[in-house]
Design a protein around this ligand. Structure first.
Ligand code: UDP
Length: 427
């Protein structure tokens, strides 16, 4: 396509694509950026990812993959800054981005794609300086998150909500994960519907594929005859791992004979707390009398994670809010059905009644009922597992990249048409 960009500046201020997802601030967005960038490079679009340097030992630029470069920008002290501190560093970050561009020939970047509102603020200024389109992906919407807060979760500050409004106005086009997010952008942020495109995220179908459950169990150290429930992701109130623990206690209370066979694996690390261990969940497991049933597993790389999904009978995703829920689609790609909350993107990621069960609300008893329905019907569990693989196959990263490239080229064409109109008007 003639209007495809040659080189994109991709902005990810608060989290690096080189960080291990599943703990701290690294999660689905990191995976998204890595996978999207790789696939864009396959389409011939060079990607340079700008992210904040979090230690002094990082080289200024690192090759992530052929055609994908990560640039470390110095903004603030390397360590000790939380995501909440970063609005104060946006000027320094923007200056680093502008200085990098200024070292190259004019027109070095054809387009900016910013991720999360902090990056959108940087993209806003850079777009005006460079005269290129700004494409923005929100990843999560502060207003949606605030409307679905978990107990103990802090509301998103006004600065974020205002910052998101500004980015929605400044961006040439917005990319939403699902049609639901697209309509929230229009309804809650007054986005122009013609400038919002839905592009579903994907899953690496080579890495996350079905496999032998017994072998997977052996590899992660779980008994062959156990009933295994898995939670994967950053441990934070929003993701509601406590709902899974309470549901497991409820399952055991209803059928005490399950106790010896039940394993609940919680794979991931704390988010935002600065703690190395999810101590509050350890305490909850003890209080519920299920400490022997729950296994806490530190964040693992995705190859290892695929073994955990394959080893599980069911993946449970009880989140209060989820813009898509990569974990749900990865589990299904491995042939593991999902019991998930009926919120946000999970309604797209899970085929309710086919590849998993969507539960309305967060009552642990309802999760226990949904899980028991599948565990107690091996044929149903097997059918759902097959459907899960089929459903996940609809979400490949190559399709995400192709649809994103299409949004890029439409933005470049719009800008050309706008410039042409301006030129004609001036003659
Ligand atoms: N993840 C990982 N290792 C872990 C736990 C999670 O690589 O130990 C990855 C997981 O594969 C998924 C991402 O972290 O791609 C979490 O994405 P999701 O969309 O489910 O949640 P988010 O972090 O965006 O809220």
């Amino acid at each position: 396509m003639e209007s495809l960009p040659r080189r994109v500046a991709l902005l990810s201020v608060h989290t690096s694509p080189l960080h291990q997802p599943g703990t701290g601030d690294a999660g689905g967005m990191n995976v998204y950026i890595v996978e999207l960038s790789r696939r864009l490079a396959d389409l011939g679009i060079e990607v340079e990812i700008f992210t904040r340097a979090t230690t002094g030992a990082l080289p200024p630029a690192v090759d992530l993959a052929p055609g994908v470069l990560v640039r470390h920008v110095t903004a603030g002290p390397y360590e000790g800054l939380s995501k909440e501190d970063l609005p104060g560093q946006l000027c320094a970050f923007t200056s680093g981005v502008l200085r990098t561009e200024a070292m190259h020939e004019p027109g070095y970047y054809d387009l900016i794609h910013s991720h999360y509102w902090l990056s959108g603020q940087v993209g806003w200024l850079a777009k005006e300086r460079w005269g290129v389109p700004l494409i923005h992906s929100m990843h999560t919407l502060g207003k949606v998150k605030n409307a679905a807060l978990a107990l103990g979760d802090d509301p998103e500050p006004t600065a974020r909500l205002v910052g998101e409004d500004q980015v929605v106005d400044a961006a040439d086009r917005l990319i939403a994960n699902t049609d639901q997010e697209a309509s929230e952008l229009v309804r809650l942020y007054d986005a122009d519907p013609d400038r919002v495109s839905t592009v579903n995220p994907g899953v690496d179908l080579d890495r996350f594929r079905p496999g032998d459950k017994a072998a997977a169990r052996e590899s992660v150290g779980l008994p062959a005859d156990a009933s295994v429930l898995v939670f994967v992701g950053r441990i934070q109130p929003l993701k509601a791992p406590d709902v899974l623990l309470r549901a497991a206690a409820e399952l055991i209370a209803r059928s005490p004979e399950r106790r010896d066979k039940l394993v609940v694996a919680v794979v991931g690390g704390p988010s935002g707390s600065g703690l190395a261990e999810p101590t509050h969940l350890h305490r909850l497991a003890r209080r519920l009398g299920i400490a022997d049933v729950v296994r806490f597993v530190k964040p693992v790389d995705q190859t290892r994670l695929a073994d955990w999904y394959r080893a599980a009978d069911i993946a449970v995703v009880p989140s209060y809010s989820e813009s898509f829920g990569l974990v749900a689609i990865e589990a299904q790609a491995c042939g593991t059905p999902v019991v998930a909350a009926r919120v946000g993107g999970l309604a797209t990621a899970v085929a309710d009644g086919r590849s998993g069960i969507l539960v309305t609300g967060h009552d642990p008893a309802d999760y226990a009922t949904a899980v028991a329905r599948l565990l107690d019907a091996p044929h149903l569990l097997a059918d759902y597992g097959e459907n899960a693989v089929e459903h996940a196959a609809c979400f490949g990263w190559s399709a995400t990249a192709a649809a994103t490239a299409d949004v890029y080229s439409r933005s470049i064409e719009d800008l050309r048409a706008f410039r042409y109109r301006e030129l004609c008007a001036g003659q």
